[in-house]
Design a protein around this ligand. Structure first.
Ligand code: DTR
Ligand code: CA
Ligand code: ZN
Ligand code: ZN
Length: 441
């Protein structure tokens, strides 16, 4: 339907200027998902290069000490000294806890970030020891380096979290969680009760990676799952981990735990390779507990993503809010031009990592900058192509812009997939663009 021209030449010139002003580059930015705004600033990106530099140092330490960093060997103590020196230089209060196992001295390194509520202590930890057969770069230099670089990022940011932050590097995990068990056993009950959570990072850079989240404490689990959903990476629940790493020492005394894992000797399935890439039918880490677990045995992408997820969880869970974030929002804020009286324009968001169908009250945020909005027909298009009409055209609606939150019963639609906002200008003159599109589950 086209209206009679409403403009004189002068108005046309203004409209043209307006056109230029409201024209926007056609683009669809990658979608972002975010939960309800946390009480503090977002975590910084953890520089992959920094994490890898720590791995290079750990590799050198192993090379200079008989090829490993195992409990009771010089390579382990040298690893402790390396990590401790970085933390001391960054302003942490560090302590080295000694213990004996198999007739050899073992060491735990504990680093407290000054400040925060001493009665609410959030911990992040990783075992620093390797097996004796190799340098242990993925197992568990990767977790140790990710935790170290996150701690250094806390220092660089001068973070002042509501909760007190404590970081830990455990000895003799490979002998049976010896170091972390010793720490928990020797923690006075009054101190133990102050621990609001312990997050474990053991193998977070496997070369043929999966993205597994421990299914223990629901708030910690949701924090990780939401992070990965936000970067469009699907996750699975970690099923082989119970009792197999240092989080068990904390879980056994009732402390909320969580963590991340990229897989060990288990084989990646075809379905997992479809989801994550990599090689089906091959172990997540073919060098698990082997001499080839070197700096070449790392997936940079997995190490980067997990280090960033680690930092996100430290920032988010130390913010002092304990209730889980409510409402997951996926949004695309890229501007997309709507052709005048032409084909439809679309903006999309990709939802992943959710389970089941979308809700019966799916919130659809629409932000369209457009003069004479009566020209516009607006639909939500589900991943399977089903269209839900949000707005019909109406010739006499001369108001500008469409800034609405619509509620759609999308309960028959699987939540995961690419959702689209489809906007068509069905009348001549007046133009604009999609400025934002969001879904809140
Ligand atoms: N215990 C780790 C490796 C390991 C195997 N399965 C899981 C599951 C969750 C965390 C760690 C692991 C080691 O060998 O150090
Ligand atoms: Ca990063
Ligand atoms: Zn191991
Ligand atoms: Zn390990």
């Amino acid at each position: 339907m086209s209206r009679m021209p409403r403009r004189t030449a002068a108005v046309t010139a203004l409209a043209l200027a307006g056109l230029l002003a409201t024209a926007a580059p056609a683009a669809t930015a990658p979608t972002t998902a975010r939960t309800a705004p946390a009480a503090t600033a977002a975590a910084p990106d953890i520089p992959l290069a920094n994490v890898k530099a720590h791995l290079t140092q750990l590799q050198s330490i192993a090379g200079a000490n008989g090829g490993n960093r195992a409990h009771g060997r010089p390579g382990y103590k040298a690893s402790i000294d390396y990590v401790k020196a970085k933390l001391d230089a960054a302003g942490f209060t560090t302590s080295v806890q000694q213990f004996t196992s198999n007739g050899a001295t073992g060491y735990n390194l504990i680093a407290d970030w000054p400040g925060g509520d001493a009665n609410q202590v959030l911990m992040a930890g990783a075992h620093l020891d390797s097996v004796s057969s190799g340098p242990g770069i993925n197992d568990n230099g990767s977790g140790s380096a990710g935790v170290l670089e996150t701690a250094l990022a806390v220092s660089r940011a001068g973070l002042k979290p509501a909760k007190h932050l404590r970081f830990a590097w455990w000895g003799a995990e490979e002998l049976g969680l010896v170091g972390s068990k010793y720490y928990v056993a020797n923690l006075p009950t009054t101190e133990r009760s102050k621990l609001s959570g312990y997050m474990n990072f053991d193998m977070i850079g496997s070369p043929n990676p999966g993205y597994f989240v421990y299914d223990d404490d629901p708030v910690i689990e949701k924090t990780f799952k939401d992070y990965f959903a936000g970067i469009g990476v699907a996750t699975e629940i970690e099923t082989e981990g119970d009792g197999r790493s240092d989080h068990a020492s904390f879980k056994n005394v009732g402390i909320p735990v969580g963590g991340l894992f990229t897989g060990a000797s288990r084989t990646k399935t075809a379905a997992q390779a479809q989801k994550w890439g990599g090689t089906a039918g091959q172990a997540f880490d073919r060098c698990y507990h082997s001499s080839c677990d070197t700096t070449a045995n790392i997936s940079d992408t997995a190490l980067d993503r997990n280090s960033d997820a680690l930092a996100h969880a430290v920032w988010t869970l130390s913010a002092g809010t304990t209730e889980p974030p409510t409402g997951d929002t996926y949004e695309n804020t890229a501007d997309v031009t709507i052709p005048d009286n032409g084909t439809a324009a679309t903006s999309s968001v990709t939802v992943s990592g959710r389970t089941g169908n979308a809700p019966s009250a799916l919130k659809v945020g629409v932000d369209i900058v457009h003069t004479w909005r009566g020209d516009l027909v607006v639909d939500l298009v589900a991943p399977d192509g089903t269209a839900y009409r949000l707005k019909n055209s109406s010739g006499n609606d001369s108001a500008d812009n469409v800034r609405e939150t619509y509620t759609v019963d999308a309960s028959s639609e699987p939540a995961n997939g690419t959702w689209r906002l489809r906007v068509q200008d069905v009348a001549q003159y007046d133009t604009g663009y999609i400025s934002g599109f969001s879904l809140t589950f």
